[in-house]
Design a binder for this molecule. Structure first.
Ligand SMILES: Nc1nc2c(ncn2[C@@H]2O[C@H](COP(=O)(O)OP(=O)(O)OP(=O)(O)O)[C@@H](O)[C@H]2O)c(=O)[nH]1
Ligand SMILES: [Mg+2]
Length: 453
């Protein structure tokens, strides 16, 4: 791949824009060291510094005014994050100082970095593959232990390694097909049809196993959407409040209290749950309530799990129950019977009996929630997991092509057909790691980064 990073030198503030102990300005590119050296006063010229050393001094403007005392880390290519000459300037933790330094630098041959450009350069200089670059965004964005561990594994190259293995298997299979094409005149056979089909089947199985991890991987990365729904007044908002341990939603004995969808996040056992408390579903003439009911239905169709709430007085509405099943095809419904504190015992059937008032049964409800989230997978921390929709789509694309190739082999079609589909499959896999990429893919990936990363 062309090394587009060799020309410009880029700079950005790498720390959040608030006051803190330190702020860090990052500079990378061929002029990184010399341009910082021009505004730096210390014991030693930075241009003479060896890689991986730290230098104390001050940043001065053109009038020789001291902007701040700083520590400067020097990294020389190729052993830096970006693979280029890089500098990190640690200043006192005021973003105004960092901004001032950026302004001074920009007057030199330095431009401001685009979002994710440091990591993009790391990718273009082969310091990371595309999966790992995406893992960097995920690490920064991770909000639970589980998603952090998942992205850590990804940055360590667990998924990259797996995809590379698949690609090698594929190259191996298609090399036989190519050989046969090369020697078509001699009519030589390098691999039996059966053996080729076997090889393709093996790869399809491996891809399937990876695709299978997505249901889990997505949950690790993005969390589980849970809609809390039911008739008015059964205690949906009370339940939300109890789980959050705060009085987030208004609770009252007037049916139709909640009109809007209330969204809150909570981490349970290291997994992120996004809870949606909704308006009680009933037919209403009130315009606001009608809109609320519409939004409830929308929350249901976007949810992974539905908490269908009933109470000991109104039970569950069986119509509503059928209706929700229609809206959410996965059918992950947990029937929760609330207000169990009001009765000695009940004949109403449910998956769990709770009281949002006393907390009875909530522990068990949370356990059910966790179990439902992971109902269909055999995940192990040490295996590669697909958590990114882009990776999922590429794998799916590779599989589709392999299925076509397999059919061609089964029907004894000419090797030319096979060869094209196998190559397309290979390209799909290469796209995941970033061996072949278009500018569109790259822009899309790196635009999700923050500035300075
Ligand atoms: N005794 C008892 N009362 C409860 C329980 N949960 C909720 N309530 C009461 O039931 C009433 C309705 O509670 P909400 O949480 O507002 O019910 P909701 O389902 O959100 O109602 P809408 O938003 O109107 O659809 C309030 O008076 C709550 O105090 C419970 O477990 N036990
Ligand atoms: Mg409510």
């Amino acid at each position: 791949m062309e090394n587009i990073s060799s020309e410009d030198t880029i700079a950005a503030i790498a720390t959040p824009l608030g006051s803190g102990a330190i702020s860090v300005v990052r500079v990378s590119g061929p002029e990184a060291i010399s341009s910082v050296n021009k505004i730096f006063k210390g014991k030693k010229e930075l241009t003479k510094a060896t890689s991986h050393t730290i230098h104390y001094g001050s940043i001065v403007n053109s009038d020789n005014q001291n902007i701040d005392d700083v520590l400067i880390s020097v990294f020389k290519k190729p052993n830096s994050y970006t693979g280029e000459d890089s500098i990190e300037i640690s200043t006192h933790g005021n973003p105004l100082i960092a901004q001032k330094i950026i302004d001074l630098l920009l007057s030199e041959t330095v431009r401001i970095a685009e979002p994710g450009e440091f990591t993009k350069r790391a990718f273009l200089n082969n310091r990371l593959d595309l999966i790992q670059a995406e893992a960097v965004i995920d690490i920064i964005g991770a909000r639970t232990e589980a998603s952090l561990r998942g992205s850590r594994n990804q940055l360590d190259g667990l998924l990259s390694k797996k995809v590379r293995e698949l690609r090698e298997m594929l190259v191996n299979a298609s090399s036989f097909v190519e050989l046969e094409l090369d020697f078509a005149e001699e009519n030589l056979e390098f691999i039996g049809n059966k053996e080729l089909i076997n090889k393709i089947n093996n790869i399809i199985d491996e891809i399937d196993a990876l695709l299978y991890t997505y249901s889990f991987g997505r949950i690790m990365r993005d969390g589980v959407n849970v809609a809390i729904v039911g008739l008015p007044n059964v205690g949906k908002s009370s339940l939300l409040n109890y789980i959050l341990k705060e009085s987030r939603a208004i609770v009252s004995d007037i049916p139709g209290t909640t009109r809007d969808v209330i969204r809150e996040e909570v981490s349970i056992g290291g997994i992120l749950f996004k809870l949606f408390d909704t308006a009680g579903i009933r037919s209403s003439e009130n315009e606001i309530e009608k809109e609320g009911v519409l939004r409830s239905r929308e929350a249901v169709s976007n949810s992974d799990i539905i908490l269908m709430i009933g109470d000991v007085e109104q039970s569950f509405s069986s119509n509503l129950f059928k209706d929700l099943g229609e809206l959410n095809k996965q059918g992950n419904i947990i029937k929760v019977l609330n207000k169990i504190d009001l009765v000695e015992k009940t004949d109403i059937k449910s998956d769990v009996e709770v009281s949002a008032k006393t907390g009875q049964g909530i522990e068990f409800l949370l356990k059910l929630l966790k179990e439902k989230s992971f109902s269909n997978n055999g995940y192990s921390e040490k295996s590669a997991v697909v958590s990114n929709i882009r990776h999922y789509n590429c794998l799916k694309g590779a599989k589709d092509k392999l299925i076509i190739a397999k059919k061609s082999a089964e029907n004894n079609m000419s090797g030319e057909f096979l060869s094209v589909d196998l190559r397309d499959a290979e390209n799909s896999l290469a796209e995941i790691i970033g061996t072949v990429t278009s500018d569109d893919i790259l822009n899309n990936v790196f635009s999700k980064f923050c500035i300075g990363k």
